[in-house]
Design a protein around this ligand. Structure first.
Ligand SMILES: [Zn+2]
Ligand SMILES: [Zn+2]
Length: 683
């Protein structure tokens, strides 16, 4: 059998905007789906570079930074680091997860638009724009807020109304106000640079019509939009936080964030080739070869941007270039519908939904990965449901985990942890083996068509077949009479366990690695490969490790409670209650010496302490009896708040409060680390 030529792929997921942590819907919509696909391609031995990054520029970050009195770059970098770290925790296998405020991207974007301009697709136009004289700023996009002209919503932003979702321009807003200072802006003239999309309209329509790979619904959305007529689009903004526009006369203007972030798909591969693999020819090898397949995992709201705007930009760049200098046009998009949360919309302000940082604090990674892909919104919107999360957790435990555990423990116990031999096959065995030998094709077919939801569900069905086979054969009965015959069953079951390890690896890689570890296989997944799923993947006599459970059942109510607590903590963490310096100065804290320690009748936690503060003697009621013996305290110098209102506790007048560190069930009294006089002030 000759191996077909391996493909070359650039796999990408939509660039998250850096001012928010992604939620579960964002994750399955692009990032996680792309990861599964990239992992699958690597397993098949295809050449893959998988990239994405944080979208750093534009008004949301600029506005947030101004409000917080921060530098926009600092704020964006801080958030980028958080998101990047979270994607690592989710085991997203990017070859390069970068950001758009890096020198490679900035230079690339500027060169790109210089070329597009040379090719005659960019023109200048003078327009009216809102200007805040208080902040001395033009107010693009989100720098303006006001009343939506369509639905009357009072807090519509200059780029979009959050209530009716209509796209807006700042000038359309009624009663506009500056988003930073709240003052009414004035109208001023300014010049902008525009992309001539109407010039590309005919060619774009042809490309879409001729691309049979694009899903039918996405194609229709695009053709409708082209038929309505593509508008000219301003690609510059009067905004400091962005990539300086490379056009003559456009000093102080930046490239509109939408029009440069999308170029990150290209520049991230350039950066990867130059700085990560350090083979700069790899950039052209991927991006300037018309054989390369580029795939974009995006939400449905991004279809037009990826199938019209982005290819339009590429065509405008490619004009007048030699064949081997042209960037390859999109091969396909995999767009998802939306994920809801318990049939409601994810909403940060209302606390509805689960964010990707929260998820990992309340349940293991692979439960989430499994659950999200099991319910991937492929053809219609779907909803994250706790009841389904619980079902899926049970599926992992009862169907997949249980089969693997039963097989391995039996081999551990009855066959000294060595794969037993295969003997004569009966009808049931033949049927079972044919399932093992054909499963990779079946699942591969779904994955090739981006049908990940079907793929994972089919893998679960496959695992059920394993359980059915095992129950039908009942080797725990056979073994009483014929050990070899029982071993034969487990030989085939072990091959089945191996198949599961490979099949599951794009979806739940941690679990897959654990299974391979138990099977005592040291090669990494990509060396083993997708094609290694066969009836004889494991050799007779090969030894395995001691079985360990792969999953555990968690109490769903506990998980939910935990989530509520985490959300509460997050909220409180943000609203730190500061006290003024004057308030702090009111606290009179002194060094005191413990003179005497007495137990308190009927209060087994309390001690009555007699302390000296300078010349003055005072009594304190202190809850230290569980943590210190009296002799450990006598003579100790401690810190005491002495101007606390006196109070009687269990008959003891407490004239102050001693300071101690409390952690769990540990209590440690604070003492000065140099010898100081009793009565010295602590400040
Ligand atoms: Zn509206
Ligand atoms: Zn202002």
């Amino acid at each position: 059998m000759s191996k077909s030529k391996k493909g070359k792929w650039v796999v990408t997921s939509a660039w998250p905007y850096v001012n928010a942590i992604p939620h579960l819907g964002n994750l399955i919509g692009s990032v996680l789906s792309a990861d599964i696909f990239a992992r699958y391609l690597r397993l098949k031995g295809e050449e893959v570079v998988f990239v994405s990054g944080s979208d750093m520029h534009g008004t949301p970050v600029a506005v947030a930074a101004k409000r917080e009195g921060m530098d926009a770059e600092d704020l964006a970098m801080k958030n980028h680091a958080i998101i990047k770290n979270l994607f690592e925790k989710w085991r997203i296998s990017y070859d390069n997860y970068t950001q758009t405020h890096n020198p490679v991207h900035i230079e690339f974007s500027q060169n790109f638009y210089s070329e597009v301009q040379k090719n005659g697709y960019i023109f200048e136009k003078e327009i009216k724009s809102l200007y805040c004289s208080h902040d001395a700023l033009f107010l693009p996009d989100r720098f303006v807020e006001g009343i939506c002209p369509h639905c009357g919503f009072e807090n519509a932003r200059g780029d979009q109304c959050d209530k009716c979702q209509k796209l807006l321009t700042p000038l359309e807003l009624k009663e506009p106000r500056c988003a930073i200072c709240g003052e009414t802006p004035e109208i001023k003239k300014t010049k902008h640079w525009y992309m001539d999309f109407p010039q590309l309209q005919k060619r774009l329509a042809e490309i879409i019509q001729n691309n049979e790979i694009i899903p039918q619904n996405a194609r229709q959305v695009c053709l409708n939009s082209i038929n309505e007529g593509l508008p000219e689009r301003a690609i510059t903004r009067d905004l400091e936080w962005g990539i300086p526009a490379p056009f003559k006369g456009a000093e102080n203007k930046s490239i509109y964030v939408w029009f440069e972030a999308v170029l990150g798909y290209i520049s991230a591969v350039k950066e990867w080739s130059e700085r990560i693999v350090k083979e700069s020819s790899k950039f052209d090898y991927y991006w300037k070869d018309q054989e390369t397949k580029t795939v974009y995992f995006i939400g449905k709201d991004n279809i037009i941007f990826h199938l019209i705007v982005f290819p339009g930009l590429l065509m405008a760049y490619n004009d007048n270039k030699k064949e081997d200098e042209k960037f390859v046009l999109p091969y396909n998009v995999s767009s998802t519908e939306f994920l809801m949360y318990e049939n409601d919309k994810f909403s940060k302000s209302r606390g509805v939904g689960i964010w990707i940082d929260e998820a990992l604090e309340i349940a293991p990674l692979d439960y989430w990965r499994f659950n999200l892909v099991y319910n991937r919104p492929e053809k219609s919107d779907t909803s994250f449901l706790w009841s389904e999360f619980e079902n899926n957790m049970n599926t992992l435990n009862d169907v997949i985990g249980n089969f693997i555990h039963r097989t391995l423990t039996f081999i551990n116990k009855q066959f000294k942890s060595k794969i037993p031999e295969k003997i004569d096959l009966d009808e049931t065995d033949i049927n079972f083996i044919s399932k093992i030998n054909s499963i990779s094709n079946k699942i591969g077919h779904f994955l090739d068509n981006f049908e990940m939801r079907k793929a994972i569900r089919e893998i679960v069905e496959f695992a059920r077949e394993g359980n059915i086979y095992l129950n039908e054969k009942a080797p725990w009965h056979i073994i009483k009479k014929n050990k070899k015959a029982a071993g034969h069953v487990f030989h085939l079951c072990a091959q089945f366990v191996y198949a599961l390890a490979i099949l599951l690896s794009p979806f739940i890689p941690e679990t897959s690695e654990k299974i391979l570890e138990l099977l005592n296989i040291e090669q990494n997944l990509n060396d083993l490969g997708w094609e290694s799923i066969k009836e004889n993947a494991l050799e007779t006599g090969q030894s395995i490790k001691k079985a360990q459970p792969l999953f555990q059942k968690l109490d769903i109510e506990d998980i939910k409670k935990n989530l509520v607590n985490i959300k509460k903590q997050k909220k409180e963490g943000k609203k730190m209650d500061y006290i003024s310096y004057d308030d702090f100065k009111k606290l009179d804290i002194r060094v005191a010496n413990i003179e005497k320690v007495e137990e308190v009748a009927n209060a087994d936690k309390l001690y009555k302490l007699t302390i000296s503060v300078g010349d003055e003697l005072r009594t304190l009621a202190a809850g230290l009896a569980k943590y210190y013996k009296p002799e450990e305290l006598i003579g100790k110098k401690i810190a005491v708040l002495i101007n606390l209102e006196p109070k009687k506790l269990r008959g003891v007048l407490s004239e102050g409060m001693l300071l101690a560190a409390v952690e769990g069930d540990q209590v440690s009294v604070l003492t000065p680390d140099k010898d100081v006089e009793s009565g010295a002030k602590i400040e």
